[in-house]
Design a protein around this ligand. Sequence first.
Ligand code: NDP
Ligand code: 3PG
Length: 476
Amino acid sequence: MAEIKEYKNLINGEWKESKEQITIYSPIDNKEIGKVQAMTHKEIDDAMAAAKAAMKAWREVPIVERAKVLYKAAELLEKRKDEIGEILAEEVAKNLKSAVSEVVRTADLIRYTAEEGIRVHGEVMKGDTFEAASKNKLAIIRREPMGVVLAIAPFNYPINLSASKIAPALIGGNVVIFKPPTQGAISGLLLTQVFEEAGLPKGVLNSVTGKGSVIGDYLIAHPDVNFINFTGSTEVGEKIGEVSGMKPILLELGGKDAAIVLEDADLEKAASEIVAGAFSYSGQRCTAIKRVLVEEKVADKLAEILEKKVNSLSVGDPFDNAEITPLISNKAADFVEELIDDAVNKGAKVINHPKREGNLIWPGVFDNVTLDMRIAWEEPFGPVLPIIRVKDENEAIEINNKSEYGLQAAIFTKDTTRALEIADKLEVGTVHMNNKTQRGPDNFPFLGIKKSGVGVQGIRYSIESMTKLKSVVINI
Ligand SMILES: NC(=O)C1=CN([C@@H]2O[C@H](COP(=O)(O)OP(=O)(O)OC[C@H]3O[C@@H](n4cnc5c(N)ncnc54)[C@H](OP(=O)(O)O)[C@@H]3O)[C@@H](O)[C@H]2O)C=CC1
Ligand SMILES: O=C(O)[C@H](O)COP(=O)(O)O
């Protein structure tokens, strides 16, 4: 039997082993794919100390030099797209094509971050723009790093949602403690390796692995952390909100994005976008379309088209590039099944029958979903899509806004003015017109309101979030 590879943590420029390890199994076939370190609190303290010690020198490195490291990292990452893509596919059961394109997308993101970072400078203000008496005052306003950024990423984009925190933090002059998701840790550590090989000085980026349930609370409460950048569940996000006190945070959390389909919509186009939005990576995306709110008059027709399209989705092995692949764990699949059972017991009409084999769930569409069903409100993070029929746009807006989440929404209509009016009323961070909900392109602002998040991501926005203003006022 081939030896199981062990992945170490980068601490102060050295790859370190802990006393205990965690075995990572593939959600595809439960095969062991590697071991990562289960760090102790003492080792986390060492990582924090290394980061703090590296901070002074890194913030003094000219931005163009920091940018060079990012360009190099992008180049190295892209070169390894097939190797890293394969591991990523195996580790989180993402289809190979999407896994490789996640790596390429991330190289593009890192490159763009380098370009954008050299343009994020401050500004100069003169006092007489406010009052005549302050005419002689000149403010030089610059951006400074926050210090030690704790970057915590979720399992579903272990490369992209890690780099989208690390790269903007680094270009802003911060040092980073990176906690990858445990299921996704190998991919995260390969990304760390890429940054190291690109020439980051020791201590500037340190990885910390271990189960979130074991080391998470210790990390987020650590006194050396100056900023927390987290993507993951609302449950953990709320905990971070509670313990962070006055520490600045950036949280991207859960969602219940709706596709609102009006009676004048191009139903073929709407259905294609909805299927892509709801079912890619088996619905395990915060921005997945998680419910359809359709005007009654066109609901039958839309359901019919959705049924056909969903039936043609391929199901199976990520390495065969199946569109629907096994969920991240059996526990996740159990939760999806719970939501399905609840909906069916309360009278939802099953359109595509969602069969299950272990953690592989076939895609399911449920019509006539009513507001007493859990699936109308809860985030399944799986391949199921509820259809809620509404009498008009006002009811759609009302149901959309009743959600505890506020990430994104999509509106399908040919009437742009009507779409703009509805968009104004939707309590979400982003509204897409005649398109599925999605985070990208990665330079757009990405934010959730209510229980979907705090703060704004997106390349420039992330750099701004992870830097603070410092103003020096000269009295001429
Ligand atoms: N809005 C957005 O941009 C996105 C939101 N999400 C949301 O994330 C969820 C799915 O991702 P998932 O990875 O399961 O989310 P989790 O919240 O379970 O985990 C996210 C990260 O937090 C870590 N973690 C777990 N417990 C703690 C803790 N107490 N303190 C600090 N860190 C902790 C995890 O480590 P470990 O893996 O070791 O448990 C992991 O690295 C969904 O709700 C989804 O909507 C996902 C992607 C994007
Ligand atoms: O974590 C997520 O689900 C992502 O932020 C979604 O990204 P995408 O919309 O680009 O797939």
